[in-house]
Design a binder for this molecule. Structure first.
Ligand code: AMP
Length: 288
């Protein structure tokens, strides 16, 4: 197992990419506290690129809640070990001053209407802050020649949609790859924030996946979805406070009309859920 090279500055990053002079580069941005979900992105990148670069950067701009930012888990040494096992070549772990070298952005990207729904409605400014850093990281890791791919998890479905739009709308010369959600054996979508849950909360958090499964099974059998049954499951989950549970159009995030929810399901949809378990906000989703 090879230890990845760790670089802290944009100059070192640029020099390391230039020295490797790869015919293809796969990039995976992360906020660290890495788990098997991240590893599956790294492996997907490893499978089709000569050089695999990841970033570990907790981007303050995308946190609308100061205590969420303060308590977000940070563990670079363990992250480097996980990255090594997944075949990563280069870890870019900058300080905030290196990313926001000209100060906080004055000229901003706007995620538009899509960024104000669901996660954006509950976390104002989150998606604009996320796009700000992803845009920069895509420039900083662009090999300038050869193939260039970036990998994102389907776990963050709305984020992935917005990054697709940014890349299309602003003509970023990068190929995007979406990687399926990795779950715990009991079905909990892996997330860095799961480390903040007690054992009891982890058990309670399984309601997210169970409620999704209820509706997804009905969709698979072309039955009416009756999502109120899924929502009802949260009334019996004392540690869990539901934010939203919705079945939406996967392209627009508009909620499916009620006549699509209470008649036999035939089309396409995306189930989206967000809930607070204790103090920890969790999200999950599934295409149907
Ligand atoms: P984060 O470190 O939470 O910003 O996530 C970095 C990348 O890993 C994002 O593209 C996430 O969608 C992806 N990711 C996080 N958790 C999972 C998971 N359980 N399965 C698949 N991808 C994930």
């Amino acid at each position: 197992m090879k230890t990845p090279k760790i670089v802290k500055t944009r100059a070192e990053l640029k020099a390391a990419i230039a020295a490797a002079n790869p015919g293809s580069l796969g990039f995976v941005p992360t906020m660290g506290a890495l788990h098997r979900g991240h590893a599956s992105l790294f492996k997907a990148a490893r499978a089709e690129n000569e050089l695999v670069v990841i970033s570990v950067f907790v981007n303050e701009l995308q946190f609308n809640d100061a205590s969420d930012y303060a308590t977000y888990p940070r563990q670079l040494d363990a992250d480097v070990q996980l990255a090594a096992a997944a075949g990563v070549d280069l870890v870019f772990a900058p300080d905030a001053s290196e990313i926001y070298h000209a100060g906080l952005p004055l000229v901003k990207l706007s995620s538009g209407a899509l960024g104000e729904m669901y996660e954006g409605a509950s976390r104002p400014g989150h998606f604009d802050g996320m796009l700000a850093v992803v845009a920069k990281l895509l420039h900083l890791t662009d090999p300038r020649r050869g193939e260039y791919r970036a990998y994102f998890g389907q776990k963050d479905a709305q984020q992935l949609m917005l990054i697709r739009r940014m890349v299309a709308d602003l003509d970023y010369p990068v190929e995007l790859r979406a990687v399926p959600i990795v779950r715990s054996p009991k079905g909990l979508a892996l997330s860095s924030r799961n480390a903040l849950l007690s054992e009891e909360e982890k058990e309670a958090a399984l309601v997210l996946h169970r409620s999704i499964q209820l509706v997804a099974d009905r969709a698979a059998h072309n039955e009416p979805l009756y999502i109120e049954d899924a929502i009802g499951m949260y009334q019996m989950a004392p540690l869990v406070e539901l934010d939203y549970f919705a079945v939406v159009d996967p392209d627009t995030l508009q909620e499916l009309a009620f006549n699509c929810q209470d008649t036999p399901f035939t089309g396409e949809g995306l189930i989206l859920v967000a809930a607070k378990v204790g103090n920890v906000r969790l999200i999950d989703n599934q295409p149907i």
